[in-house]
Write a protein that binds this ligand. Structure first.
Ligand code: NMX
Ligand code: MLT
Length: 436
């Protein structure tokens, strides 16, 4: 069985050659045009980044190296005793473009478990945060502090060759992914379960099996399985989303993976991006408090209009790129359908009922280009049902996941020698001059 690093050593030369050919034969080929709407419209639709691990189609949603979500659910190895694909399997696919064997996936689980302990100074740092500090802020700060042990930074200082950049980036990336469960669970314990004893990392468990155990939910098989699915699905969403783009930009300065990924986490912490899953639960629970748990479609419709008329967005609906229901939303809904206990949950039922009404209301409202749910519309209700009710924590789970895609890109950006990002900006006057 080959390690992840050995497999990357095998696949990198072909990609380097692919890029070399593009550089020598097609550097001036035109792939689109830049319109004023791109410049003043958040660069929506502008094809301006190289990102190999996944590509998003507006109607079909995400594909990871060409594999759809149902494809991944069929072929990516699960944890022993489980059915859902593991984070390690998804990480392997994202990094190498290959489906790992069970043995490869298990071996990666063990490697991560062996690297999973936090340095003592990071434990102390996290323990010193006020419990009123938002869990996402704590996560970002903890990840940034882990750069104390960056092997990339140390090797850069001692003058490593460019061809070695990716190997040190990989080592940092795996160390970071390995430590995220202990860091994220410590934040949960400190803020919500003070005094709770956390078990030691179990070397026979997968990354998310350990995360669930550290959070205190190790005995809840279905929640652990849900977390595995959730984390694999949220791992990557091509390169232009705000967290991935941030990580890529910061990494392009040769800041190490810890610094790049902590920056990404602060982008994820915005309510238009990852914080939406916290906002969805807040909004659905407020709806439930006002209307009771047995609500009609008509009552939900009125509540949606109330939200829209007060000038707020409906959290969990709309998307920068997608123009159909998010296949991640569908996959998580299917998880609910397959688990009878979730059919009994009032919050799960409310999310489903809201989905039956919201697209038509948003179409009538007429503003959003996509009236359908994104993944955040449903991700929190299942956590809530299984007892992980602290919704301010939900984006932290997204943050544990998105490391898979962002750090994959860090490794590839260094393997391909991608340059510093530095697009051209224009003032309003300069823009006007250009279009006259
Ligand atoms: N509810 C109400 N209005 C909306 C919604 C919504 N869910 N989505 C978009 N709009 C409005 C939007 O605010 C904009 O209004 P204005 O012209 O006054 O500025 C108008 O519709 C056009 O926006 P779009 O071009 O459709 O959307 P855009 O690409 O700018 O933004 C989101 C995408 C995701 C930021 C936006 O749909 C939104 O705010 N959704 C709610 C928050 C959310 O669920 N975010 C999670 C995204 C997924 N994730 O995990 O990151
Ligand atoms: C994501 O997963 O990053 C979100 O769906 C946002 C996006 O893709 O723009």
């Amino acid at each position: 069985t080959k390690t992840l690093k050995e497999t990357l050593q095998e696949v990198i030369p072909a990609k380097q050659e692919q890029l070399r050919k593009l550089k020598t034969d097609h550097l001036q080929a035109v792939v689109g045009e830049v319109k004023v709407e791109n410049i003043i419209g958040g660069m929506r639709g502008l094809k301006a980044m190289l990102w190999d691990a996944s590509v998003l189609d507006p109607n079909e949603g995400i594909r990871f190296h060409g594999l759809s979500i149902p494809d991944c659910q069929k072929v990516l190895p699960a944890a022993p005793g489980g059915k859902e694909m593991t984070a390690e399997s998804m990480l392997w696919l994202l990094m190498t473009g290959r489906v790992p064997s069970e043995a490869e996936s298990r071996q990666l689980s063990r490697e991560l478990a062996e690297k999973g302990e936090l340095p003592e100074f990071v434990e102390k740092l996290v323990d010193s945060f006020p419990t009123t500090l938002h869990p996402m802020t704590q996560l970002g700060m903890g990840v940034a502090a882990l750069n104390h042990d960056s092997v990339f930074q140390a090797a850069y200082e001692s003058g490593m060759k460019k061809s070695e950049y990716w190997t040190y980036t990989l080592e940092d990336s795996l160390n970071l992914i390995a430590r995220l469960p202990a860091l994220a669970a410590r934040i949960y314990r400190n803020v919500y379960k003070p005094g709770m004893t956390m078990p030691a990392i179990n070397r026979d468990l997968d990354l998310i099996g350990n995360y669930s155990a550290l959070l205190g939910f190790g005995d809840n098989h279905n929640l652990t399985e849900y977390l595995r699915l959730y984390i694999a699905l949220h791992g990557d969403h091509e390169g232009g989303n705000a967290s991935a783009h941030t990580s890529h930009l910061v990494g392009s300065t040769l800041a190490d993976p810890y610094l790049s990924y902590s920056a990404a986490l602060f982008a994820l912490a915005g309510p238009l991006h990852g914080l939406a899953n916290q906002e969805v639960l807040r909004w659905q629970l407020a709806m439930q408090a006002e209307l009771g748990s047995d609500v009609s479609h008509e009552q939900i419709k009125e509540y949606l209009w109330k939200t829209l008329k007060s000038g707020q967005v409906v959290p969990g609906y709309g998307h920068g790129v997608l123009r159909n229901p998010d296949p991640r939303f569908i996959a998580l809904q299917e998880f609910c359908d397959a688990h009878p206990e979730l059919q009994q949950s009032p919050v799960v039922a409310l999310v489903k009922k809201t989905y039956e009404v919201a697209p038509d209301v948003l179409k009538e409202h007429g503003k959003t280009k996509n009236p359908y749910p994104n993944v955040d519309a449903t991700s929190g209700c299942v956590l809530h049902h299984y007892g992980l009710k602290e919704f301010k924590y939900y984006t932290v789970i997204f943050g544990v996941s998105r490391a898979l895609g962002c750090l994959t890109q860090s490794v590839w950006a260094r393997a391909l020698g991608l340059p510093l990002e530095r697009p051209k900006s224009l003032s309003l006057d300069a823009l006007e001059k250009l279009i006259q």
